[in-house]
Ligand binder design. Structure first.
Ligand code: CMC
Length: 431
């Protein structure tokens, strides 16, 4: 935590309290209210944490007004353009870009952990075939605590390291097997001679009767999707992982909690919801009707893939994802498909509409990622699992940072209680 000389003064009922202000390396100053309750017997109120920093961190920085996203200081467009997912994983986990030797060693360690304990296959078959793959992922990742006892002791740095590598390595296998199970095909084992993205595509799209060799443009696009989703500072699922882990829960349980949170349509589930919305709109001539619905305060409908809690100018990930979408669609020769036509027209109409401009609502990363994944052949139900596997490294990096922080305390928010005050129990016959 930075040393501070600046303070803020809070006056309550004529009594003043000096609150320290911390200056970050980038971003707005932060008023430290940790001692406020002890000193003034008062809480702060901030549902949705719109004005609250829940931790200090050195991993990811976002400037929502500038549309800037940095991982360990490196801009996301440079990482997406020049680096690749496993190198970004190394950067997020260890703080610096690896040397060639460190990268080779890291990639080797991940590659050697991609297989799942064979008995975990039985776990998959316990689910109904029509189970959403996110339901399977929450269950199977949570179940890893029952299979990998030797990496659940969070007080041991070595076990934390092994758990981290296991999660990054096995998540593609779990996501691909959830998909294979849902379509009734045999699960495909990982292959060590494929890179991370190609391996995932192969586990999803090859069958024992026929291998699958993705075009390098598709592998690159897949890798970019992973890279662009790798971390995003204290978003809902990351904060969930931190909160779960603040109680000392094991890493597999904490990541399962993160997956559950990511599932919701306001967060990771938006990519599935977005494509389903585009299909529901169906043809460009129905767009005005949906735009009007999105603007109607009495209608709960929102344009999926638009808006962001932090980005109020543009989402820098969306910019890169849009380029990738153009590349993939051209390669696959599907740049004229109806969903894409609706997407392009919707983007144009919404960006020209004063409602969206005034509220600073721009297409976010999920607007374009769904289009790419759909063109690649993934069903919409796989979009959020792919987000989950990409975000795993972010969750783990934040989890490791938190466990290593001596100031780490169990997370325990307080509340503004508006219920009944104490009253006497009434026997049932007298109610
Ligand atoms: N369509 C129509 N109106 C919207 C939308 C939208 N997509 N998003 C926000 N608004 C309006 C909202 O109704 C509100 O209007 P008013 O001021 O009249 O009450 C105003 O814009 C501010 O919205 P908010 O809900 O207070 O903003 P938030 O920061 O709480 O929500 C959000 C951010 C991402 C949950 C929201 O924009 C949304 O629901 N978007 C659609 C879902 C989506 O695409 N989510 C993916 C986010 S990116 C991936 C990720 O990080 O998970």
């Amino acid at each position: 935590m930075s040393d501070t000389t600046k303070t803020a003064t809070l006056t309550v009922d004529g009594q003043s309290y000096e609150l320290p202000i911390h200056s970050p390396t980038a971003g707005p100053d932060v008023i430290d209210i940790r001692k406020l309750y002890g000193q003034a017997d008062i809480f702060t109120y901030d549902p949705g944490f719109t004005s609250t920093a829940s931790c200090d961190s050195t991993i990811t920085f976002i400037d929502g007004d500038k549309g800037e996203l940095l991982h360990r200081g490196y801009p996301i467009d440079q990482l997406a353009g020049k680096s690749h997912y496993l190198e970004v994983c190394y950067l997020l986990l260890y703080g610096e870009l690896p040397t060639a030797e460190q990268l080779e060693d890291f990639e080797q360690r991940v590659t050697m952990h991609t297989m799942l304990h064979e008995q975990m296959k039985n776990f998959f078959s316990g689910f109904r075939r029509d189970a959403h793959p996110m339901a399977i992922m929450v269950g199977v990742v949570g179940a890893m605590s029952a299979f990998y006892h030797d990496s659940t002791d969070i007080s041991d740095p070595w076990q934390r390291e092994v758990a981290s590598i296991r999660l990054i390595a096995k998540m593609p296998t779990i996501a691909a097997w959830a998909y294979k199970y849902s379509i009734g095909q045999p699960m495909v084992y990982p292959r060590n001679d494929c890179d991370y993205a190609t391996n995932f595509l192969r586990m999803c799209f090859s069958v024992p009767a026929e291998d699958y060799h993705p075009d390098p443009i598709l592998s690159r696009a897949m890798d970019r999707i992973f890279t662009l989703h790798a971390d995003h500072e204290q978003n809902a699922s990351t904060s969930t992982v931190r909160l779960a882990s603040s109680s000392g829960a094991n890493p597999f349980a904490c990541i399962a909690a993160g997956i559950a949170c990511l599932w919701g349509p306001a967060h990771g589930g938006a990519n599935q919801a977005c494509l389903e919305m585009l299909r529901e709109i169906g043809t460009p001539n129905r767009i005005p009707e949906y735009i009007e619905r999105a603007k109607d305060r009495d209608d709960p409908f929102r344009l999926m893939g638009f808006g962001h809690r932090v980005y109020k100018n543009f989402d820098p990930r969306a910019k890169v994802m849009k380029e990738s979408a153009d590349e993939v669609l051209e390669l696959l020769g599907v740049d004229n498909n109806p969903t894409l036509q609706v997407a392009k027209e919707l983007e144009r109409v919404a960006l020209e509409d004063p409602y969206f401009a005034e509220k600073k609502l721009y297409p976010n990363v999920d607007f374009y990622s769904g289009i790419i994944l759909d063109a690649m052949g993934f069903p919409t139900s796989m979009f959020t699992p792919i987000f989950a596997l990409s975000r795993t490294v972010g969750w783990i990096s934040q989890w490791k940072e938190m466990i290593g922080d001596p100031q780490n305390k169990i997370g325990r928010p307080r509340q503004l209680y508006l219920g009944e005050t104490a009253r006497d129990y009434i026997d049932i016959e007298n109610r």
